[in-house]
Design a protein around this ligand. Sequence first.
Ligand code: ATP
Ligand code: MG
Length: 344
Amino acid sequence: MAFKERVFSGVQPTGNLHLGNYLGAIVKFVALQEHYDCIYCVVDLHAITVWQDPAELPRAIREVTAAFIACGVDPKKHIVFNQSQVAEHAELAWIFNCVARLGWLNRMTQFKEKAGKDRENASVGLYAYPTLMAADILVYRATHVPVGEDQKQHLELSRDIAQKFNNDFRASIHAHGHGEAFFPLPEPLIQGPATRVMSLRDGTKKMSKSDASDYSRINLTDDADAIAQKIRKAKTDPEPLPHEEKGLEQRPEADNLVGIYAALADTSRAQVLAQFGGAQFSVFKTALIDLLVGKLAPVNAEMRRLIADPTYIDHVLADGAARAQRIAAETMKAVKDIVGFVHR
Ligand code: ATP
Ligand code: MG
């Protein structure tokens, strides 16, 4: 059976949005709007898998919403909402908890990284994070999921869950008139030169909201001075830039900065090196700062304007949630029939 094409993705309200979120996810969200129906979610249920201060969380939810809109997501043509307003996400996640196997979740590297050494003390939610993510996507029967490279493993798990559900309930799916398969196997969209933006202090570590050093990342709320200072201080090596991509191997910091430039300029690493090969980092960094400030200053200004109007943001989220829920409720009704629950 052919599924209606639909895009779903989410961003957690867990702190400062950064250049990795922008290039790895949000820029892609914007581009996909042209050819797909898109659902973009502020995943607050995911955020609380690690402690969030209840006095801070609403601000963070509104900030991610503002970032989506400021970057060019259209909440009228598409759907923007926060996850906790559509209870069907959590409901389907429970069913998926009963489909997914412990052995599958035990392999998830994000859990291992986030739980760290004190695994016994991690929340059950942090462990079950990927089954909720599968539910987020599949409650809309979404077919395409733009994410950064770090989410590839979770997407593969979502596909495994969809596949096992389709197999386990094959007869019931068929009996209820849904053909051979109820859920599509969602495809990850992980493309371009910046699918994994690295820390500015350590080219072997992912740029992340949770890094203690603010110099490790460019925040979407950073002004021009902060951007310039962070790029000037960004770790590099003493060699000039190579002329060819092969010369970036074993040079993670150089590779990262060239990748960021390529993504911002909508070109390739090879093209950037054709222009800057042989240049010193001081020269390249100046060009990178200009490019970054040019792209991020308008986003920054628009975010500030939107954040100053929480009534508007809350209206966007409520309207998006109502439209999302209509789709999600329909899926859950069918899932209940398929599983064999008696319902109204
Ligand atoms: P946290 O540390 O709380 O997990 P995060 O920075 O990883 O925060 P998420 O909300 O988990 O942000 O992820 C939102 C989207 O941004 C996902 O699609 C994720 O793959 C992408 N993303 C996160 N970090 C990077 C990065 N460094 N480079 C490219 N994409 C990234
Ligand atoms: Mg993350």
